[in-house]
Design a protein around this ligand. Structure first.
Ligand code: PMP
Length: 369
């Protein structure tokens, strides 16, 4: 078997133990005589899988009772639309009284920028703070955030996957619901759910395969009745009322997520994961700080623990990616929109993978300086 260290930003590395369990159950899930992929989503076996996955996620994170957990399709990008469609009050009243919705966005990178542009299709979404001027090499100072009185919600992207920054402090939203895209840092550390109105995360980074998006939403933010003009599938109410089984859910992806939740519990839960993630990131950042060849993109206090963005200089980046690949380190190229290099070191990347990468970088530096 060829084993590589996969530093992909997503879909990304999964815990080997989870893949092995899934392989063992592939043809016959617990005596059902069929694979989970072949199973009716209305079967009692699948009901057991989705209920257990939700229960384990609730235990792991400590999700309060007044928050709903939804397993949806459409990825993070669909949430960019669902959030304004459901949370902007002007939409909830169908604009009948001529009102429009309002929302405040903090733009810290590629994904929050996209989310803002999408929200602007539905109402008055505005950027209230951004670090675009410095190419997202930092996040804005949260102490200076001024939320508008008419905002229906405040939006952040907790961890910017492309740029490699993270929000370590939350803005004071003046009581407005805080919406957080946690796609690339979900379950990498403890989450105080009550500080948020809505959290969403595409699974394909830290949690499972592509195809399922997890939404954790405070019950009172789910619009009560039907939203005029909003497609049924785009209403949180539809999925909340049906326990994520309004239509066929991404069954197999939910099943794998469930296994990852159990794996996380076995790793000391989210606090245990956070410690491991801090140690892994420190290995890489400490080396970057000392290196005379490589340079990190993000200022130290705002660096992501999940997506480490750096460069060896324009002339050497491509050579680095090629040589790394030949040595079994995959997917180290930066996002096509920003270039450079990126090592995504999600929960399932073993510490040995990061140690081996740093060793290789040292060698590369010695050859090229
Ligand atoms: N938000 C973040 C932080 C992301 O990293 C991504 C995808 N890389 C998205 C949203 C979009 O997710 P999807 O591709 O699932 O639509």
């Amino acid at each position: 078997m060829t084993k590589v260290y996969n530093f992909s930003a997503g879909p990304a590395v999964l815990p080997e133990a989870v893949l092995q369990e899934a392989a063992a159950e592939m043809l016959d899930y617990q005596g059902c005589g069929m694979s989970v992929m072949e199973m009716s989503h209305r079967s009692s076996a699948f009901k057991g899988i989705i209920d257990q996955a939700e229960k384990d996620l609730r235990d792991l994170v400590g999700i309060p009772e007044n928050y709903r957990v939804l397993f949806l399709q459409g990825g993070g990008s669909t949430q960019f639309a669902m959030v304004p469609m459901n949370l902007m009050r002007g939409i909830a009243v169908g604009g009948a009284d001529g009102s429009v919705g309002h929302a405040d966005y903090i733009v810290t990178g590629t994904w929050s920028k996209k989310a803002l542009a999408e929200a602007q299709r539905f109402g008055d979404a505005r950027c209230i703070a951004t670090s675009v001027d410095t190419n997202f090499d930092r996040v804005p100072d949260m102490a200076n955030i001024q939320v508008n009185a008419d905002a229906d919600y405040v939006y952040i992207c907790m961890n910017e996957t492309v740029n490699g920054n993270v929000l370590r402090e939350l803005p004071d939203t003046q009581g407005k619901p805080l919406v957080a895209d946690m796609s690339s840092c979900f379950l990498s550390e403890p989450i105080d759910v009550e500080r948020y109105g809505l959290i969403f995360a595409g699974a394909q980074k830290n949690v499972g395969p592509a195809g399922v998006t997890i939404v954790i939403v405070r019950e009172d933010l789910i619009p009560e009745g039907d939203l005029p003009g909003v497609p049924t599938m785009m209403q949180y109410r539809t999925h909340a009322d049906a326990g994520s089984l309004y239509n066929t859910p991404p069954c197999y992806a939910i099943y794998i997520c469930g296994k990852v939740f159990k794996w996380l519990k076995s790793q000391g839960g989210l606090a245990g994961m956070q410690k491991t993630n801090q140690d892994k990131a420190a290995l890489l950042y400490d080396y970057l700080d000392k290196s005379n060849l490589f340079r990190g993109f993000v200022r130290p206090q705002d660096r992501s623990l999940m997506n480490v963005t750096f460069t060896a200089g324009d002339e050497l980046d491509a050579a680095f990616v090629a040589e790394a690949k030949a040595r079994g380190f995959e997917n180290l190229k930066g996002h096509r929109s920003v270039g450079g290099l990126r090592a995504s070191i999600y929960n399932a990347m073993p510490v040995e993978g990061v140690q081996a990468l740093v060793e290789f970088m040292r060698e590369f530096e010695a050859h090229h300086s």
